[in-house]
Design a protein around this ligand. Structure first.
Ligand SMILES: [Zn+2]
Length: 384
């Protein structure tokens, strides 16, 4: 049997094991900050497969599978944690129930499906006795879902010196090969007015009205566009101001997010807001406002000529599927892998981002099968 047929046949033989693995992972709740039970489960699972494993000081799980020859390290990254369950579920969010082509539960799409497909892909290569160079590294960090870069497991591991030669960030990309992800920023804007009795508003300066003018100006900023991710976005998300309706409010705060495309930075956005302030102050000398960046993560991008890109393209050619090069509007750990670790990183995984973080999250098992095949073929293409 030809090598590629051998790989595909082996992944198919492992279908039931893969579905059970993902279902078992969904049954282990792992909301951010509580990933330990899942890390311990994976540690046992991968140790039994003969992989060498490690849980680092942050709680991140790693497994390593060495080839027979020296070579590059290919990292498969996904994440242990899920967002909280939230309301609106029709059944147990940790059931891991399988119903036709659907596997239900929190974390099925985001991102335990990718973990299952990656482990089974590596296991299938080993079981098929195939010779590859270098090393496959499975990296499943904690706290990918928290909005705080300094707690994110991938970032912390890279800061500790973890590295590799290329990576696949297994996020729920609808099986699209994505060469870029968007970054996410959050700014806090505060307008300062002057309080007065609401019956004599001319005696004060209304901070909410000032913020309305700021928002009107924010709407005029045209977000950047990238050929993979499409357009970035600006979203005024939380606004607060005033204490009672009969009083002129003296402060108003706005939290506004911005989704950035490759080439855009937080500094750019803050400068654009400061220009808005200057314009509004030129119009009205009493205008007073400040801006502070409260969260900053960056977009990722990988060059089309990188080995990891051609490897995953070749994997698609082998299964006879088109491989348009796309991008994702989500922010993912590809940011840290490429910007902190300087590791060329492609995003690719089963599941749809539309179901992530929502009630009644599910994963299509047919997508899981395809992802495992693509991951396994990519290993052999990248680590020839
Ligand atoms: Zn995810």
């Amino acid at each position: 049997m030809k090598m590629n047929d051998k790989i595909l046949a082996r992944v198919e033989i492992n279908h039931d094991r893969m579905v059970k693995l993902v279902s078992d992972m969904v049954k282990i709740p792992s909301v951010s900050g509580n990933e330990k039970n899942l890390a311990v489960f994976l540690n046992e699972y991968c140790t039994k497969l003969g992989f060498s494993t490690e849980i680092d000081r942050h709680g991140n799980f790693f497994a390593f599978i060495k080839g027979k020859r020296a070579g590059k390290r290919l990292i498969f990254n996904s994440h242990l944690d899920t967002v909280e369950v939230g309301d609106g579920w029709d059944s147990d969010p940790f059931s891991g129930k399988i119903d036709g082509d659907k596997l239900w539960g929190r974390g099925s799409t985001d991102c335990k499906g990718a973990i299952g497909a990656q482990i089974i892909a590596a296991m299938s290569i080993v079981e098929a006795g195939l010779d590859f160079s270098g090393e496959i590294c499975l990296m499943y960090p904690v706290e990918e879902e928290v909005q705080n870069v300094s707690r994110k497991g991938t970032y912390l591991a890279l800061k500790d010196g973890f590295t590799g030669d290329m990576a696949i960030n297994g996020e729920d990309t609808d099986l699209h090969v994505c060469l870029a992800c968007e970054g996410m920023l959050e700014v806090l804007i505060i307008t300062h007015g002057v309080g007065a009795h609401g019956a004599t508003p001319q005696e004060g300066k209304n901070a909410i009205r000032m913020m309305c003018r700021v928002i009107d100006e924010l709407e005029k900023i045209i977000p950047g566009v990238n050929k993979y991710t499409g357009s970035g976005a600006i979203n005024p998300g939380i606004i607060q101001g005033g204490h009672r309706s009969s009083v002129v409010p003296d402060t108003c705060t706005l939290k506004c997010s911005r989704f950035t495309v490759p080439g855009e930075t937080g500094e750019l956005f803050v400068n654009q807001i400061k220009e808005i302030f200057a314009r509004l102050k030129a119009d009205d000398p009493a205008f007073k406002a400040e801006v502070e960046m409260t969260y900053e993560s960056n977009p990722s991008i990988v060059d089309e000529k990188e080995l990891i890109v051609s490897a995953i393209q070749n994997a698609h050619a082998i299964i006879g599927k088109d491989c348009p090069l796309m991008g994702t509007p989500q922010h993912d750990d590809a940011d840290f892998l490429s910007n902190v670790g300087h590791i060329p990183t492609v995003l690719y995984g089963p599941g749809t981002g539309l179901l992530a973080h929502m009630p009644n999250e599910y994963l299509k098992i047919s997508e899981l099968d395809e992802a495992a095949k693509v991951y396994a073929l990519t290993i052999m293409e990248a680590l020839k």
